[in-house]
Design a protein around this ligand. Structure first.
Ligand code: ADP
Length: 258
């Protein structure tokens, strides 16, 4: 695949005097700066007697090109942390920095642009449109960006080739195996050339062989494209092959020493 194209300026200037001037667009590869940092992030759900603290002062650092696992038992806060990293939810307190930019100070629109241009998502359940071909599924994020049809087709084909499914572009999800469907979902996530891909149990629904193939594909994309990955997994065998493993327990995140 080609190098990451320069995204358009997602962050318009003139955000108000309190905000730092956000880079527009975010600069590519800014030295030793972390790609992502969470500083003392908390998340509280509900109020009063129903209040529940899902994250308790989480600190996390992900460097450019890093491939990290987040592990933890059910209810430990993994989805909450992923939703915050994916700008789908906001922390109750604390800071989220993306390449040094304070995400919590961005407007809703700017966060949407950050999601669209810099983040990719892969879920356990694939989330493909059923009566839609692999090619059209992969094109979808580009359609949301308003890219012209010919460019969409070309880039979607390139992404399907990258996941080894070039021959399957006209097939619908029902005609594909679980492993192939997840590879289509990965193609859809990388078609925008994201800086980081957030994957919530991407191999959770797959048999061992397909899980291994999907994992190998993610490693390859990490190596070849430099895409960073955060992968929630219960599979300690896979996690052991990543650059770093972070463990969540009752809303507290700790980095395992490798
Ligand atoms: P995990 O992904 O590790 O299973 P979650 O992040 O989904 O954990 O949930 C962490 C805790 O926060 C759980 O106890 C869950 O019940 C609670 N929780 C998650 N979402 C909500 C919500 N919207 N309202 C109230 N409690 C929630």
């Amino acid at each position: 695949m080609n190098a990451t194209p320069s995204p358009p300026a997602p962050f318009p200037a003139g955000e108000g005097s309190q905000s730092p001037s956000p880079p527009a667009p975010l600069p590519a590869g800014v030295g030793s700066e972390a790609l992502i940092e969470l500083r003392e992030v908390t998340k509280v759900y509900g109020q009063g007697p129903a209040e529940f603290q899902a994250l308790r002062g989480v600190n996390l650092r992900i460097d450019p090109g890093e491939f990290v696992a987040i592990m933890g038992p059910s209810g430990s806060g993994k989805s909450t942390a992923m939703n915050i990293l994916g700008c789908l939810d906001s922390p109750t307190s604390g800071a989220y920095l993306f390449r040094g930019l304070h995400v919590e100070r961005l407007s809703r629109n700017q966060r949407a642009l950050l999601r669209r241009y810099y983040l990719g998502f892969v879920f356990q359940g694939f989330n493909l449109l059923a009566r839609t071909t692999a090619l059209e599924n992969v094109e979808l994020p580009l359609l949301y960006r308003g890219e012209p049809r010919a460019a969409r087709h070309a880039r979607a084909r390139e992404a399907l080739d990258a996941v080894g499914l070039g021959q399957w572009e006209q097939h619908t999800p029902a005609e594909l195996s679980g492993g192939q469907q997840q590879r289509v979902a990965i193609a859809r996530a990388i078609v925008t050339h994201p800086t980081i891909l957030l994957a919530d149990e991407p191999t959770g629904n797959l048999d061992r062989h397909s899980a291994e193939q999907v994992f190998e594909l993610m490693l390859e994309l990490n190596r070849d494209l430099g895409t960073s990955f955060v992968v929630v997994t219960h599979d300690s065998g896979l996690a052991a092959r990543m650059d770093a493993v972070w463990r969540l327990a009752d809303g507290v995140l700790v980095k395992e020493s490798c």
